[in-house]
Design a protein around this ligand. Structure first.
Ligand SMILES: CC(C)(COP(=O)(O)OP(=O)(O)OC[C@H]1O[C@@H](n2cnc3c(N)ncnc32)[C@H](O)[C@@H]1OP(=O)(O)O)[C@@H](O)C(=O)NCCC(=O)NCCS
Length: 397
């Protein structure tokens, strides 16, 4: 069907959306995926069951652009649920032809830009393959890559494959989804271990052969890491953040506007900041730090499962973890942990009225100052407003 007017586009979208069983996706994205080399003698061949090493989504969509989703669904035969499909150049052209009415309309259409750029990527790839066959270009220019479209039926469904997992990580780092805002069960198992280099991702198996081949072609190879997650900044740069050392922030980190991650800072996936923060310590997976709170140099925040329980550790607003401090309980607003003091959930804490409680009983309370008495060695809590109220819910236990 030729689409020349916005009305025709809208009609086409309505037809797709009226198809039996069609459901609008909760999220979707068009991306560029890299696959493992399966045969070093034929490195350009994309093996049918080659492992997915990464997928980059330049413009992930969440609960939006349903027209684009419908056009893409039509081309690949998607109806509902979560799934990923490879798109060849002809399919990309077919998709792009439906967007003709939006060309040069003076507006910025992020998906349209991505689709065009990725179609150009495929075209250029064809040229590179010819050059490679004649020994005139290098392996890193012709890695097995494919354009994919990924649909997530519902954010509360588990990730179904690596493309799906990557889309969820992009949704976090682009701040479309907050930490804990989607189901990441089994995400780890969907990701491959990857050798992340300055010239692309590679499978660890057989990497020395790849390194040798690249070097023989005159390519300098620097390995950044061997890990399941790449650096966030190679895929997403959120607005208004400073990241002093890109290696310290994994894709899937959620950095709010106004966040600075210094060299000692680290932010894992599905964790991060919700407002302005200075991060000079470690934010583990699943941990969130609220607006105005600082994580001091070398400080550590325990992961989502603290003390063996299912407690999500979060730091409230305007709180401070001192240098080399540690926190294993959810902290409320306006709290301070003294430099060097590690509060675990089970730590016994002396209150001002001489009662002793476990730190977990102080979870989420505001205006607390935790310090280790330098004379007695006891951990003390001082209420900054002179009264320490125990969390009644937790105190019951
Ligand atoms: C815990 C902390 C907040 C206390 O700082 P503060 O509120 O300014 O308190 P002060 O150092 O002025 O101390 C107030 C009083 O408590 C006493 N005190 C402080 N820490 C104490 C401790 N660990 N044990 C016993 N007494 C202590 C002081 O001696 C002082 O006593 P005084 O009233 O008799 O003079 C501070 O020591 C700290 O660790 N800050 C973290 C800073 C940081 O690491 N930032 C990140 C940088 S990357």
């Amino acid at each position: 069907m030729r689409v020349e007017t916005v009305e025709q586009f809208t009609k086409l979208v309505s037809e797709v959306e009226a198809l039996d069983g069609y459901r609008r996706p909760a999220a979707f994205g068009v991306g560029l995926a890299t696959f493992a080399l399966t045969d070093l003698d034929r490195p350009t061949v994309l093996g049918a069951d080659a492992a997915v090493l990464d997928t980059w989504y330049p413009a992930p969509n969440l609960d939006e652009n349903f027209g684009t989703a419908a056009i893409l669904s039509r081309v690949v035969g998607q109806r509902a649920g979560s799934a990923s499909y490879r798109l060849d150049a002809a399919q990309l052209d077919e998709v792009l032809s439906a967007f003709a009415p939006f060309e040069n309309d003076g507006k910025r259409h992020a998906n349209l830009i991505v689709l065009k750029q990725l179609r150009d990527t495929l075209r250029r790839r064809e040229q590179q393959l010819e050059l490679y066959a004649r020994g005139m270009t290098t392996l890193d220019r012709v890695l097995p890559r494919a354009v994919v479209v990924t649909f997530l039926g519902d954010l509360q469904d588990k990730p179904v494959d690596a493309h799906d997992a990557y889309l969820r990580l992009h949704l976090l780092s682009t701040r479309k989804v907050k930490p804990h805002g989607q189901n990441l069960d089994g995400l780890f198992g969907k990701l491959s271990n990857v050798v992340w280099t300055n010239v692309g991702p590679y499978a660890p198996e057989g990497f020395e052969g790849v390194r040798g081949l690249l070097k023989s072609q005159g390519v300098d190879v620097h390995v950044h890491s061997v890990d399941k997650f790449p650096r966030m900044t190679d895929y997403v740069i959120p607005t208004g953040v400073r990241v002093a050392d890109a290696d310290r922030v994994r894709l899937g980190a959620h950095l709010a506007e106004g966040t600075t991650v210094m060299h000692e800072g680290f932010v894992n996936f599905n964790g991060g900041t919700l407002g302005k923060s200075m991060v000079e310590g470690r934010i583990s997976a699943g941990v969130v730090v609220d607006d105005g709170s600082d994580v001091g140099g070398g400080a550590s925040i325990m992961g989502t499962l603290s003390g063996g329980g299912a407690v999500v550790v979060r730091i409230g607003k305007n709180s401070l973890l001192g240098a080399n401090a540690g926190c294993g309980i959810p902290l409320g607003d306006n709290c301070t942990i003294e430099a060097g003091l590690y509060i675990t959930a089970g730590s016994k804490v002396l209150l001002a009225d001489k009662r002793v409680v476990k730190a977990r009983e102080l979870s989420g309370q505001n205006d607390l100052l935790f310090r280790r008495n330098s004379l007695t060695g006891a951990i003390e809590v001082v209420h900054k407003k002179n009264e320490t109220v125990l969390n009644p819910e937790l105190h019951k236990n």
